[in-house]
Design a protein around this ligand. Structure first.
Ligand code: ZN
Length: 339
């Protein structure tokens, strides 16, 4: 539960004087900068049994429980819709149609932690409750929490996390110490996005208004969309529409375009050799259909061409023309001998 590099200083400041920790803390700031992760790192550090420079050591029993998600002195309240629904996964029975999950935090959820708040702590230390997004509390939930904030139990830290603190009850806000987290420094965000394997971090960060987690999420969504569109194009029985598709490939996406094309061509060659697809098993049918009319030698040549193109992809002269050329090579390689 390490904090993001851009939050370390704020976290250390907060933890420098443990005797003066507030009963309640409202962490707010723009969406997508890692406020929930900040709250988690804060909780882990407070619960840690041998903190290093105030921060969670990552090694003690308490840190272990926290990272496993079952620390007895930690609770988290989130809307039902945001809860990980892992139960039932792998179940052979078909999923029953579920009721739409609630996006608000309900009074029952706040009441359910009343015992947790009232009882003594398991580890004779602190106990931490994180609520996010705090503005999702409905009026009943907010009032129930307010009662707890009005009579703060000892050795308890309640952390509210919010993108929109103005939507909280003023009476709740006034009982919290306010901690505003800003958009992180650009360099720190870019370094982190590169670590996450984001292809064009500058563009992704700019598109997300400087919020690194939002940038990662959007870039992953864009990546999934590119992959889906490209594979659908390559699977077409009549061949890819090279001109139209290439017009959608730009400097930012060309490297990923080549990458996904490589995985498809590899699978095609494997299937052509009576093997199983390695990358796109869910597309085995269209792969088999395309493999029937593919020329193995031409696929290998295309694979070499793709590898060369990928080496140049960081600075292609013209991404659209490159994509067009590769798609035309693909069409030739896969229409060699129609059945
Ligand atoms: Zn620890």
């Amino acid at each position: 539960m390490n904090p993001f590099a851009w939050h370390r200083a704020a976290l250390e400041r907060l933890l420098a004087d443990r005797a003066r920790l507030p009963h309640a803390l409202l962490v707010h700031g723009p969406a997508g900068i890692g406020k929930v992760e900040f709250a988690h790192a804060l909780a882990a550090s407070i619960l840690c049994e041998s903190p290093l420079q105030g921060l969670a050591c990552g090694k003690c029993p308490s840190c272990h429980w926290f990272s496993q998600g079952n620390h007895p002195d930690y609770r988290e309240i989130v809307p039902e819709a945001a809860q990980d629904d892992e139960a039932g996964e792998g179940d052979a029975e078909p999923a029953k149609p579920e009721k739409a999950k609630s996006v608000v935090i309900k009074i029952d959820q706040v009441r359910a932690v009343a015992d947790f708040i009232a009882l003594s702590t398991h580890r004779a230390g602190y106990r931490v409750l994180v609520v996010h997004p705090a503005e999702a509390m409905n009026p009943g939930a907010a009032n129930a929490l307010l009662k707890t904030l009005e009579e703060p139990p000892p050795s308890t830290l309640i952390v509210l996390v919010s993108d929109r603190p103005a939507r909280l009850l003023p009476t709740i806000r006034s009982r919290c110490r306010i901690l505003a987290l800003a958009v992180p420094p650009r360099d720190a965000s870019l370094a982190w996005l590169r670590e996450q394997g984001v292809g064009a971090p500058e563009a992704a960060l700019a598109a997300a208004g400087g919020a690194p987690l939002a940038a990662l999420e959007q870039s992953q969504a864009g990546e999934a969309e590119l992959q889906r569109r490209l594979l659908a194009e390559l699977a077409k029985p009549s061949g890819a529409d090279a001109l139209t598709f290439a017009a959608t490939v730009d400097r930012e996406s060309v490297e990923r375009f080549i990458h996904w094309m490589q995985t498809w061509v590899h699978d095609l060659a494997r299937v052509r050799l009576d093997g199983e697809p390695r990358h796109h098993g869910h597309l085995a049918q269209p792969l088999r259909a395309r493999a029937k009319s593919a020329d193995l030698e031409a696929l290998f040549a295309l694979d070499r061409e793709l590898a060369e193109a990928r080496a140049l992809a960081a600075h292609p002269l013209n991404p659209r023309l490159l994509a067009e050329h590769l798609l035309m090579s693909y069409n030739r390689a896969t229409s060699a001998h129609r059945p």
